[in-house]
Write a protein that binds this ligand. Structure first.
Ligand code: UTP
Length: 228
């Protein structure tokens, strides 16, 4: 199976902890050994937020802040590259075309961000589209997609399955609520909608969830292509 994984920085590197990255890498290696072709996109997490916050205080504009965010995602991605050794391309790929070349060659492309204006969820979705992935996994720090922000609303309930169009609607309404955090960014959901890819949103803080997603036994939310 061709599988692209978007790993949030707060999932892979909540603090800089080699053991945590090692466990993640071993799950990726397990899937690789099982014959799956993988590509990984790593987010910036707390490192990105800290640097962006400091640069904002220093007067950086939004593009400069995004570029700092991209640098943080690539720094986190380098930890996974180090842990994967020869299975991965030797540095985070900066374009989708380079990542696709590595993927097609049979190695594991690891990316961070690319350019200003979006997040690594969107990068991963475009990569999944580019390599015609069978499955895209958003490994987030929440259980799946809820009908409201579970951090803010005790009555929020989780979708077991939904279409990409429904995901666009849910994420749009969550993003309109001040202080809320959507599980996947809006641009990514729009790319997902046009692509017709199959995706899963799950809690990736336990890396074993990636194997469950590939096996179809996960506890998250399935995003299915639009019904024809
Ligand atoms: P992330 O993808 O990590 O965003 O990018 P996030 O939503 O904070 O995800 P977690 O916390 O890792 O799960 C961090 C920041 O880097 C910039 C944006 O500013 C983003 O908010 N960025 C990232 C870009 O500008 N372009 C990219 O391609 C990726």
């Amino acid at each position: 199976m061709n599988v692209i994984v978007s790993i949030g920085g707060s999932v892979l590197v909540p603090t800089v902890d080699a053991a945590r990255v090692e466990v993640y890498a071993s799950v990726v290696e397990q899937l690789d050994d099982a014959g799956h072709d993988l590509g990984i996109v790593v987010g910036g997490g707390p490192t990105a937020r800290e640097y962006i916050g400091a640069a904002r205080e220093l007067g950086g504009n939004e593009v400069e802040l995004d570029q700092i965010g991209v640098a943080a995602t690539r720094l986190n991605a380098r930890l996974l590259v180090a842990a994967l050794g020869d299975r991965a391309a030797p540095e985070p790929l900066q374009t989708h075309n380079r990542a696709k070349e590595v993927f097609t060659h049979g190695d594991i492309p690891v990316m961070g961000g690319t350019v200003a204006g979006h997040t690594t969820d969107a990068v991963a979705t475009a990569l999944a589209e580019h390599v015609d992935a069978d499955l895209l996994i958003y490994a987030t720090s929440v259980d799946g997609v809820f009908d409201a922000d579970p951090g803010q609303d005790d009555d929020a309930s989780k979708f077991e399955s939904m279409t990409a169009g429904e995901l666009v609607d849910v994420v749009s309404s969550i993003e309109l609520a001040a202080g809320s955090n959507a599980p996947v960014d809006l641009l990514a959901t729009k790319l997902l909608q046009r692509s017709g890819l199959r995706a899963v949103v799950l809690d990736g803080t336990d890396p074993a969830a990636l194997v469950d997603a590939v096996d179809g036994t996960h506890d998250g939310t399935d995003i299915v292509p639009r019904q024809s």
